[in-house]
Design a protein around this ligand. Structure first.
Ligand SMILES: [Zn+2]
Ligand SMILES: [Zn+2]
Length: 146
């Protein structure tokens, strides 16, 4: 892959996904791509504002929903936390969440493709995804608890 200017790359991905290209969508897609992953809407809004200027939290959620629905980004809902966003890589990975500090990290899918767990339902059900969240303590919180 050749190095493409991030704004041009974001524009191309929006077009390829059939989305209307707007400054807010470009800014938020770039913010998600540039983040280390699993950033919440508030954090992404702060980053995107450096590009677009004014951006309400409601507009941020609307754009993130459109990007998620278009398959460009992935939203992980974790009970008790705001939704976390990351670039969709189609790798069906799972997440580890620290109960203490809320840190989220990726866990590779053990099987490699969705759904990676067999729910044992009758064949008349079509299951396409299993969302697995592992809970526990991250190394920092584990040390602090000792
Ligand atoms: Zn922690
Ligand atoms: Zn992830």
């Amino acid at each position: 892959m050749t190095a493409v200017e991030p704004m041009a790359a974001a524009t191309a991905r929006l077009r390829a996904a059939g989305l209307r290209v707007t400054a807010q969508r470009i800014a938020l897609l770039m913010a998600v791509d540039e983040s280390a992953g699993h950033a919440d809407a508030d954090t992404l809004r702060d980053v995107a504002r450096r590009v677009t200027g004014g951006l309400s939290l409601q507009a941020t959620y609307n754009v993130l929903r459109a990007l998620t629905n278009a398959g460009l980004i992935r939203c992980t809902m974790i009970p008790g936390h705001p939704g976390r966003y990351e670039t969709e890589r189609g790798d069906n990975h799972h997440h580890f969440v620290c109960r203490s500090c809320g840190t989220v990290r990726d866990v590779e899918c053990a099987v490699g493709r969705a759904p990676c767990l067999d729910p044992g339902l009758p064949d008349s059900y079509e299951v396409d995804e299993a969302a697995v969240t592992f809970w526990g303590l991250c190394p920092d919180c584990n040390d602090a608890a000792k």
